[in-house]
Design a protein around this ligand. Structure first.
Ligand code: HEC
Length: 117
């Protein structure tokens, strides 16, 4: 009997969730707009330092700089989507790609129009 109770609770939860989600999407405004300052700088500091951060001793193109990132974003995305070992892969010489969710933040930011803040 207890099993049925739990099962029906799960069904109820599933139904409630499936009603919530489309409502959110329809509203549109809940989709957060990504910005360079809020979303991209931290990813670059984590994944592209020190090489692309002059203050950290990097001597490659500076990406702690909105103007450069804005111009290079397509090339940055192309390179982080390569596989380790492929020519041009970034982060340089690392054995693992950035996670899909990290790559997606870069892509989504580009698709939303590259807002600075
Ligand atoms: C360990 C050092 C290192 C890290 C970390 C690194 N890079 Fe690089 N990057 C390089 C080197 C070295 C080059 C020059 C060689 C080349 O073009 O492949 C370069 C070149 C580039 C270029 C071409 C720049 C130009 O002048 O046209 C892009 C774009 C790039 N990196 C993106 C990234 C991104 C995005 C990250 C972080 C996700 C990253 N890199 C992390 C070392 C690094």
């Amino acid at each position: 009997m207890k099993k049925y109770y739990i099962f029906s609770l799960l069904v109820a939860a599933a139904v409630i969730f499936s009603y919530c989600n489309p409502a959110k999407k329809a509203a549109g405004s809940t989709e957060a707009k990504l910005t360079y300052e809020a979303d991209i700088t931290a990813l670059i500091a984590t994944n592209c330092a020190p090489c692309h951060i002059p203050e950290k001793g990097g001597n490659k193109k500076a990406y702690n700089n909105y103007a450069n990132v804005k111009v290079d974003i397509d090339e940055m995305i192309r390179r982080i989507e390569l596989n380790p070992g492929e020519k041009g892969f970034m982060p340089f010489k690392k054995k693992e790609k950035l996670s899909d969710s990290t790559v997606n933040v870069f892509k989504k930011w580009r698709d939303q129009g590259l807002a600075e803040k």
